[in-house]
Design a protein around this ligand. Sequence first.
Ligand SMILES: [Zn+2]
Length: 122
Amino acid sequence: MFEIGARLHFDAAHCLRGYQGKCERLHGHRFEVEAVAAAAELDATGLALDFTILKRLLKAVIDELDHAFLNELPPFQQENASSEVIARYIYQRLAPELPAPARLQSVTVWESPGCWARYSEG
Ligand SMILES: [Zn+2]
């Protein structure tokens, strides 16, 4: 199995409803996002998936989150825009976009350099 990853970032604000602590207050992060795609075989050019394709697809999803107040966006109006929920949202948006035979393995979101959350299915 081959795995490749692409990492991009976006800047956004959020606050965690119902959280007891300073994250309840409005604040911002530079969220780092890494998408990992997997493929069992390489194509004729020796690639599992072209990095430029993975980056372009990931960028299209995170551009909608960039410089936003996440709590106001539809995916985060009911659930908090925690790193976990953001990772699942990006995963579910990105997974159907990847060209076969590559498939999305995981999405990891860093809220700060030392803290991340990852979402994957199966
Ligand atoms: Zn936060």
